[in-house]
Design a binder for this molecule. Structure first.
Ligand SMILES: [Zn+2]
Ligand SMILES: [Zn+2]
Length: 249
């Protein structure tokens, strides 16, 4: 059951898209008259088949895109059988209202370019504004993902557009470095040679230029290393003394 492809006014795509603190739009309010909506299990857009629950990139304008999850694929007879999808938005950094969230500019720096926030904001969009399928991973999976590209996003918090709140809140996000700030995969980090602690080079006085040659040890590991060296020296001295005694015995 494929929905035919149809051309829509690009303006309509733009209008259907959220900006920050817009209220949730539900399906019934967008139905212009009470004519039935036909539901479909899948749809084809530009040769690609899409299903419900696929996460997709949606065209905003020539330069930017949105990310959303397809909830329903439908044809609205009220709109002359325009193939549509009900979607649930993932907000990006640029869609968030940080004033309401009380997130300072210094803290916003720790939200990455590929970070998205699943929301409870739903809309109906024309199917033809769908560009491609994308993947949204949890931040922990994203870190281990060697193939980072424009179609892979990550998330670590949900955004409730009605309550204007992040879950978990920014203050509860996992922290890194001695500055104790959340990780931003766009930033440069250097790992301790002994344990798995990661820090911003500038936070531990390392200049960016020679980062590859630097062997960094965090403070606890530095102390541990010193203790181990001392112990080794002691052991060596005992061995030397033993050999010396053997020589005379
Ligand atoms: Zn730091
Ligand atoms: Zn360490």
């Amino acid at each position: 059951m494929d929905i035919p492809y149809s051309i829509l006014n690009p303006e309509e795509t733009l209008n259907a898209v959220p900006k920050g603190s817009m209220a949730t739009a539900d399906l019934s309010s967008q139905q212009t008259n009470k004519e039935p909506i036909k539901l479909f299990s899948k749809a084809k857009v530009n040769g690609t088949e899409y299903h419900c629950l696929d996460v997709v990139k949606i065209k905003q304008n020539e330069f930017s895109t949105y990310v959303a999850k397809i909830l329903k694929i439908m044809s609205r007879s009220a709109d002359k059988d325009i193939p549509c999808a009900q979607v649930q938005w993932y907000y990006k950094k640029g869609d968030m209202n940080f004033d309401i969230l009380r997130l300072s500019e210094a803290d916003q720096v720790f939200i990455g370019d590929n970070e998205v926030f699943p929301t409870n904001h739903k809309d109906i969009i024309p199917l033809e504004s769908i560009i491609c399928k994308v993947q949204v991973l949890h931040l922990s999976e994203y870190q281990d993902c060697s193939l980072v590209n424009q179609s892979i996003f990550y998330t670590r918090a949900k955004f409730d557009v009605i309550q204007n709140r992040l879950f978990p809140p920014f203050s509860k996000w996992d922290k890194l470095c001695i500055c104790e700030k959340p990780q931003n995969p766009n930033m440069l980090y250097i790992g301790c040679e002994m344990c798995d602690k990661w820090v911003h080079p500038e936070c531990v006085g390392i200049k960016d230029g020679n980062i590859e040659d630097v062997k960094y040890y965090c403070n606890p590991c530095k102390k541990k290393k010193k203790r181990e060296k001392k112990l080794e020296k002691k052991k060596r001295k005992i061995e030397e003394y033993k050999k010396y005694r053997e020589h005379f015995d």
